[in-house]
Design a protein around this ligand. Structure first.
Ligand code: FCB
Length: 454
């Protein structure tokens, strides 16, 4: 047994997002987001569902926050729904929308949970998409206006703010068609990306302008590091390198180094997908941040030869390196990502691991009324082990958030992928804390755990 220990002030939390848990899609003046509109298109969501009701957190928030409290959760990460605050995208504020978040934040504070807010977690108002969405440079202004309202309203109560969650989702929605709004052009994807980065910068600028007392602002980027299957093979290495360029580096470089890498610029030039950029863009994008939000789920292994990749997967599966859900068990991914941030970006601001979790499929309470999700327990312990190791080496990691408190609406896979510490019956809205929820609760209580040597 290995003893894993965390300091008293290390924050243990859960992460959620508006579009995935709130439901109440048209309650109190909210208008549709791009995900409400996208989900209506035939065939785009795995199980054909929409986010219209989901966990109905809009009406159940008190009970769900009480549930989090019972588990001992210390910080609650959530996002604002832009179309609840500005049903017309910009201009007129919907007071009832603001009131909902005032009630949520009040409830969190009453229950001693640190609110951790994200301004944009993928759910652009559909009315703005109709004006070009992330392809229209005016979005920087629209987003700035939205951000300022929230800073003014909540600046005194929310200590942790993120401008954008996983900017890559916008690329996926404009270049690959599988996320909202469903466009499929590499040029659109790169342009949308550039505007998301500008919006991030504008958010930080406005945050500083609002004089936000003790509040801290950062960005949340997901790092799925690509590794070559055969490190000695040139083609595998080139593939993994290019993927790293096109994914997390395309955000980290602009934000921390003030420009795209030459490898990405070459790629965009060669593939005719260079976005329009203007003088001064990178000054806006690259501004000092107070913390970095790291979402980390796994790594990706690349191989130029598909048959070899499949053979390797089979070998790892039988060797115990894969979990029942088919995903590789590689908790060291989080340690690797922290090292990458230090080595490649000389990161010196605190890191929060803002999301980490694993899905199950067809998970329901058994005859004993429990959900025995041993997969998820192994996964969470594994990641915490590597975070503890990075802490021991002196890295400044301030907190860890499990994705997610509840099973919820998982974007294009609908209700099929269940990530919760708590099982949700979407017919009855009944919540059942899974074994992983009980484990996490104990970890928080003890500020650590004993890791079985397996
Ligand atoms: C992350 C997203 C989050 C959720 C988890 C499973 O990439 O930020 O909304 O979908 O994956």
């Amino acid at each position: 047994m290995k003893q894993i220990r965390f300091k008293k002030d290390f924050l243990f939390g859960v992460a959620t997002s508006a579009a995935q848990i709130e439901g109440g899609a048209f309650a109190d003046g909210r208008s549709a987001s791009i995900w409400d509109a996208f989900a209506k298109k035939p065939g785009v969501i795995g199980d054909g569902t929409t986010p219209e009701v989901s966990c109905d957190f809009y009406h159940n928030y008190k009970e769900d926050i009480a549930l989090a409290k019972r588990l001992g959760i210390e910080s609650f990460r959530f996002s604002f729904s832009w179309s609840r605050i500005f049903p017309e995208g910009c201009g007129k504020v919907n007071e009832k929308g603001l009131d909902f978040y005032k009630r949520v934040v009040e409830e969190l504070l009453k229950n001693d949970m640190v609110p951790n807010a994200t301004l944009y977690h993928w759910d652009l108002p559909q009315v703005l998409e109709e004006k070009g969405g992330w392809l229209n440079r005016d979005i920087v202004k629209w987003y700035g206006e939205y951000a300022s309202v929230l800073f003014r309203e909540f600046g005194d109560r929310i200590p942790l703010w993120a401008t954008i969650n996983e900017p890559i989702a916008t690329y996926v929605g404009y270049a690959q068609g599988i996320f909202a709004p469903g466009h499929s052009s590499e040029l659109m994807g790169r342009q949308a990306n550039h505007h998301v980065l500008l919006a991030h910068g504008e958010g930080v600028r406005r945050f500083r302008e609002e004089n936000m007392k003790d509040g801290k602002i950062g960005i949340v980027v997901d790092v799925w590091k690509h590794h070559p299957l055969r490190p000695e093979n040139e083609a595998d290495c080139a593939l993994a390198e290019l993927e790293n360029e096109k994914t997390y580096r395309s955000y980290l470089h602009p934000v921390f180094k003030g420009g795209y890498t030459s490898a990405l610029l070459n790629y965009m030039e060669a593939n005719h997908c260079m976005p329009d950029m203007q003088e001064g863009d990178f000054e806006l994008i690259r501004q000092p941040l107070d913390f970095f939000g790291l979402n980390c789920y796994n790594r990706v292994v690349d191989c130029a030869d598909d048959t070899l990749l499949e053979a390797d997967r089979k070998k790892k599966r039988t060797g115990g390196n894969f979990q029942d859900n088919g995903a590789e068990f590689y908790p060291r991914a989080v340690y690797d990502a922290i090292h990458m941030l230090k080595e490649d970006y000389e990161l010196s601001i605190p890191i929060y691991v803002t999301e980490n979790g694993t899905p199950s499929y067809n998970e329901t309470p058994g005859a004993d009324g429990c959900v025995h999700d041993s997969n998820r327990i192994q996964y969470i312990r594994g990641f915490l082990y590597w975070i503890a190791k990075a802490l021991e080496e002196g890295n400044d990691i301030r907190g860890y958030y499990v994705w997610s408190l509840l099973d919820n609406w998982e974007w294009n896979s609908g209700f099929y992928s269940r990530y919760g510490l708590t099982h949700v019956d979407f017919e009855t809205q009944e919540r059942t804390v899974k074994d992983s929820g009980k484990l996490y609760s104990q970890v928080i209580k003890d500020k650590g755990f004993e890791l079985p040597e397996d």
